[in-house]
Design a protein around this ligand. Structure first.
Ligand code: ADP
Length: 264
C-alpha cells in the first residue's frame, strides 16, 4: 500500500542519516586523536632542546665560563626563568594531551591519606619555608585506607597547595582530610587566607589557560593549566574539585573522590 511505501522510505532515510552521523562521529574522533598526537609530539620535540638551553644557562649562572657582570647575570636569570616557565607549559600540555588521548592510565592501589599528606608536606617544605606562611594539617579520626590512584591524588593536592601558597600573603593554609561515610567519599581540602576569587571567575579558572589575571603585568607566575589538569585528574578518579571563595576572604579548594575507585 501507499502508507507502507512511505514508512519504508522514511525508515530508509533514517538509516541513511544514522550512518552519516556515525561516519561524522568517527571522523571527529579521528581528528581529535590526531590533534592530541600532534600536541604530544610537538611538546616532546620542544622539551629536548629546551632542556639543553636550561642546562647551559645554569652552567653559565654557576660561573663555569668565568665571572659575569651584574647586567649579564640579570639577563641570564631572565633567560632561565622564562625557559623554566616554557618548560612548565610544555609539561602541562603534555599531561593534558596524555589524558585526552587516553594515554594516562589509572594505577590503583591501597594507600593511606596521612602518609600521602606527609609526603606532600615534605616535598613542599622548601616552598612553605620561603612563603613564611604556616601550613597545618587536620586529619579526620575515622579516616579509612583508600583504593585509588595515589600519584594522581598527590598531584592534585600538590597543585592546590602550591596555588594556596602562591595566592596568600599572610595568615596560613589549612589542609584537612575527612571521610563521608554516607557517600563513601574522601574529601581533601586546602583552605587559604589569600586573595580569594570572585564568583564570576570561579568556573573559568578550571578551564585551560584561564587565570583571573592574565595580563602581561600580572603579579603571579603560572600557566593557567594547573587547575584544568586537576579537574581532569579528579574526573579520572571518579571525583571532582569544588571551590568556595570570596575576594579577600581566602579560598577553599576541595578534592572529593570515592574511597574505592572503580575501574573504567
Ligand atoms: P596558575 O596558578 O598557573 O595560573 P591554575 O590553573 O592553577 O593556574 O589557576 C588558575 C587561576 O586560578 C590562577 O591564575 C588564579 O587566578 C586562580 N587561583 C587558583 N588558586 C587560587 C587560590 N588559592 N587563591 C586565589 N586564586 C587562585
Amino acid at each position: 500500500s501507499e502508507l507502507e511505501a512511505r514508512v519504508q522510505s522514511a525508515t530508509a532515510e533514517l538509516a541513511e542519516q544514522n550512518e552519516k552521523l556515525r561516519r561524522q562521529a568517527i571522523q571527529l574522533e579521528q581528528a581529535s586523536a590526531a590533534k592530541s598526537q600532534f600536541l604530544a609530539n610537538m611538546s616532546h620535540e620542544f622539551r629536548t632542546p629546551l632542556n639543553a638551553i636550561l642546562g647551559y644557562t645554569n652552567m653559565l649562572l654557576q660561573g663555569v665560563s668565568g665571572e659575569m657582570t651584574p647586567p649579564q647575570r640579570r639577563n641570564l636569570t631572565r633567560i632561565d626563568s622564562n625557559g623554566r616557565h616554557l618548560l612548565e607549559v610544555i609539561n602541562e600540555i603534555l599531561d593534558i594531551t596524555r589524558i585526552e588521548a587516553g594515554r594516562m592510565p589509572l594505577h590503583l592501589s591501597d594507600f593511606g591519606i596521612p602518609e600521602l599528606l606527609q609526603e606532600v608536606m615534605a616535598e613542599m617544605d622548601p616552598i612553605i619555608a620561603r612563603s613564611k606562611l604556616t601550613v597545618d594539617t587536620r586529619l579526620d579520626e575515622g579516616l579509612p585506607g583508600v583504593w585509588s590512584d595515589r600519584q594522581k591524588v598527590k598531584q592534585i593536592v600538590l597543585n592546590l597547595l602550591s596555588n594556596a601558597l602562591k595566592f596568600t600573603h599572610e595568615g596560613g593554609v589549612h589542609v584537612a582530610a575527612e571521610y563521608q561515610n554516607a557517600t563513601g567519599t574522601v574529601a581533601i581540602s586546602v583552605k587559604d587566607t589569600g586573595i580569594g576569587i570572585d564568583v564570576s571567575n570561579q568556573e573559568k579558572i578550571f578551564e585551560d589557560f584561564q587565570q583571573v589575571d592574565s595580563s602581561p603585568t600580572r603579579a603571579y607566575g603560572g600557566t593557567g593549566l594547573g587547575l584544568s589538569i586537576c579537574r581532569r585528574l579528579a574526573a579520572m578518579l571518579g571525583g571532582r574539585v569544588s571551590l568556595q571563595s570570596a575576594p579577600g576572604q581566602g579560598s577553599t579548594f576541595t578534592l572529593h573522590f570515592p574511597r574505592r575507585a572503580r575501574r573504567t
